[in-house]
Design a protein around this ligand. Structure first.
Ligand SMILES: Cc1cc2nc3c(=O)[nH]c(=O)nc-3n(C[C@H](O)[C@H](O)[C@H](O)COP(=O)(O)OP(=O)(O)OC[C@H]3O[C@@H](n4cnc5c(N)ncnc54)[C@H](O)[C@@H]3O)c2cc1C
Length: 382
């Protein structure tokens, strides 16, 4: 079906990105998956070509486009299975905190480098003892003169090894009541004394992406690196999570499409009992059902993308999309793997990594259970 949210300029941009990705990204995916990490040179090339932070204002080095340009890059990377290059984390999850809440000085210092791919970004919310219950973070940032002394441990941090600048969620007022009022965001540069990059974690999926532990041991962060005001961290996080979850829905739909396309091609080739697997009614019905759900997914995603670009509050609907589409992705990759038979279980068939990669989609950016808590709250069910 024709998608009507994109202009001719968007489509041109997609074509440009496809050409770039075929030449400069696709050949590297296998190496990233083996190494457990992408490479800085590719990030810089993405920046040079204008594929990072395309919606950042021109005065800070961006192209001043809308969010749809970034959505295009996300879709194309997901369809390629280039999960190592977590562009949406950098451009659409982290960067907006700085462009929206940063001081003029912070924006001038960090945004142009992020857009050019020189400064890679990450966000450190999760701790070994605290994930979903974000207001309960134990990392502390206590003010001493013109610095904050940061102490605490973070885990599961994407871009943890390759990243240069992290938005760290910490308590500047550990005794605040309610606790979320003590939460603040600090910009912490890699290489700051006391900022220790820990283990790169060994994951089931997203093998080309580095996910790490981080530790802060009496790490002195200049007071000027506080993002927004003290105690404003939780509000800023809540405001920006709509876009983060929309990114997951966009990526999830594109990943479903890829798994489905590859499976349709496979069942047309593979034969059993003297006919193609595609000829069995079970195969036809399964794929017909999944293709229907992917189209529904796409229609909902596009509606949300358009509303998001118009600046509407669609927290409830984005939470619906995040849980429903990531659930679909897990179900769909399982069904598609089954249709591959034993080959689906073999690493050389990409459907096996699709299955593993899908597992995390319902966990990060707020688990699907938390999505339902948000939806229920917005339905007035408290
Ligand atoms: C690959 C990967 C990358 C990640 N990247 C980042 C990153 O870059 N930055 C970052 O900060 N974090 C990151 N995370 C962490 C991720 O956001 C957390 O794992 C997630 O928020 C869940 O937290 P948790 O793991 O502590 O689970 P828990 O909060 O311990 O949850 C365990 C289970 O309990 C359920 N649960 C919890 N509370 C409720 C409730 N109120 N009602 C019903 N059920 C509930 C959850 O849904 C879940 O099923 C990443 C995680 C992974 C796996």
């Amino acid at each position: 079906m024709n998608r009507d949210i994109f202009s001719a300029d968007h489509e041109l941009f997609r074509e440009q990105f496809r050409r770039f990705a075929a030449k400069e990204i696709e050949p590297k995916i296998e190496e990233w998956n083996e190494r457990g990490m992408s490479d800085r040179a590719t990030w810089r090339r993405m920046g040079e070509e204008g594929f990072l932070g395309a919606n950042v204002p021109v005065e800070y080095g961006g192209s001043g486009g809308d969010f749809l340009y970034d959505a295009i890059v996300m879709e194309e990377l997901s369809y390629l299975r280039a999960h190592g290059l977590m562009m949406s984390l950098h451009s659409d999850i982290c960067l907006p905190y700085i462009t929206a809440y940063g001081s003029e000085e912070q924006k001038r210092k960090y945004v142009p480098g992020a857009v050019s791919g020189e400064i890679l970004l990450g966000i450190a919310m999760t701790e070994p003892g605290t994930g979903s219950d974000l207001a309960n973070v134990q990392t502390k940032a206590i003010k001493h003169g013109d610095s904050y002394i940061l102490n605490g441990a973070k885990t599961f941090i994407s871009n943890g090894q390759i990243g240069d600048l992290f938005i760290v969620v910490a308590k500047t007022d550990p005794s605040a009541n309610p606790p979320h009022k003590g939460v603040s965001l600090l910009l912490v540069e890699a290489g700051t004394p006391g900022f220790v990059k820990g283990r790169k974690l060994d994951k089931l999926g997203l093998r080309g992406q580095d996910t790490s532990e981080l530790a802060f041991e009496d790490c002195r962060v200049p007071a000027g690196n506080l993002l927004g005001g003290e105690g404003q961290g939780f509000r800023m996080l809540m405001e920006k999570l709509q876009q983060e979850r929309l990114c997951i829905a966009v990526a999830s739909t594109a990943s479903c499409r890829r798994a489905l396309d590859d499976t349709i091609a496979y069942v047309k080739e593979r034969r059993a009992f003297g006919k193609r697997i595609a000829g069995f009614q079970n195969t036809q019905f399964k794929l017909a059902e999944l293709a229907t759900e992917v189209e529904i997914s796409q229609a909902f995603t596009d509606k949300l993308l358009a509303a998001h670009v118009r600046g509407e509050d669609i927290v409830k609907e984005v939470s619906m999309a995040k849980w429903w589409m990531t659930d679909l992705q897990k179900r769909l990759t399982g069904e598609c793997l089954q249709l591959h038979g034993g080959y689906g279980f073999m690493r050389e068939y990409p459907i096996s990594s699709d299955y593993a990669d899908a597992a995390v989609q319902s966990i990060y950016a707020g688990t699907n259970e938390i999505m339902k808590v948000i939806i229920a709250r917005r339905l007035g069910l408290e």
